[in-house]
Design a protein around this ligand. Sequence first.
Ligand SMILES: NC(=O)c1ccc[n+]([C@@H]2O[C@H](COP(=O)([O-])OP(=O)(O)OC[C@H]3O[C@@H](n4cnc5c(N)ncnc54)[C@H](OP(=O)(O)O)[C@@H]3O)[C@@H](O)[C@H]2O)c1
Length: 376
Amino acid sequence: MMAVFLTLLQVLAVIIVSVTALLFVLKTWMQGPKFRPKSPISLAGKVVVITGANTGIGKVCAYEMAHRGGKVIMLCRNYIRGQLAAEEIRSKTSNGEMLVVECDLSSLSSVRLCVATLLTMVDHIDILLNNAGVCMLPYSITEDGIETTMAVNHFGHFLLTNLLMPLLQNTQILGLKSGNKCTARVVVVSSLIHDKGKLHLEDLNYQLSCYVPVQAYYDSKLANIMFAKELSKRLGNNSGVNVYALHPGVIATDLGRHFKEISSVLNFLSQLCYPLLKTPESGAQTSLYCCLEESLRCESGKYYSDCKVKQPDKIVENSQLAEQLWQVSERITGLSPQGTCTEIFQGVLDLEEGTDDLPLHFSQGALDTPLVYAQA
Ligand SMILES: NC(=O)c1ccc[n+]([C@@H]2O[C@H](COP(=O)([O-])OP(=O)(O)OC[C@H]3O[C@@H](n4cnc5c(N)ncnc54)[C@H](OP(=O)(O)O)[C@@H]3O)[C@@H](O)[C@H]2O)c1
């Protein structure tokens, strides 16, 4: 009897050790490659702007940029949370050039106010890391009349990037004046799951179809990568600004904070998987690679994963969709005046033949926001 019991114990021990070893190997494999620059990178004199920098992979990137001596401006929706993160990074890096600017990407007026503040703080931007994101939100509409996931993940960043373009382009101009060849970078954090995005431009507020939280996230991540590609195309070769989109991996961050509001089963399963996922440090590596890797200096409009270039889904090749998304985004964010936009927007208007009304089912408020362009 005792012998059987001991044998069972031995079998159990072997199973536990094997499973632990397997999980350890899986966790190690999940971490992906590290960004290892060939030579140390100094960011002294460089200005880095990061959205959603108070937690997750954005915070790791803020730390890495500060550690390399850059002036880091953390755009956070909650000023106090931003300051707490900045303080923590300051204490670890002794870099005093950590600044926090409030920026709620779900509010177009907050984005405009943030840009106005940045224009008083810096005369150029070397790196803009569009990192902030939300996932699996219950249905809600922002003060501008936009579905919140699309508002934060795409429209807010679209407006921010366009308004900051004079500061990004100034990097090259100032560099030339001092005899240096400098190129600014816009880095857009998308996701592998952009391939599940549909982007029905005639129903971006999900009023014609049933709202599925995860679909809104897929759509927003497809919008991210299409925006990056279209921006790169519009900027062309000599603009002094290069654009990169990326998938950071599957990471144990706060991104799943809304899961419990959608489904307790999903929340439970995600908690179960957490220990196996990438750490935020590992998840930040491809963002750092796109922001800092010297060999990418002449690349633009590409998509990266695991610190190397990757082919995105073929939907990203749909240049008509990318162009229409751009036009819709200009119009919704108030970057394009309504009159002329109606003309350039003809392709999307055609989707709703015979309708003279606004084609996108956005509240009038979203389109009424005044047209503001940043002045360099
Ligand atoms: N985690 C993953 O597995 C994964 C996979 C693929 C792609 N991504 C992408 O990676 C990026 C970073 O995500 P993460 O995993 O680091 O998530 P996270 O830990 O939840 O960080 C998200 C950041 O975005 C900020 N944010 C949320 N709503 C905002 C708003 N309205 N205005 C301004 N900032 C806002 C958050 O601020 P608060 O703290 O104030 O909420 C936070 O700083 C996201 O774009 C995400 O889509 C993540």
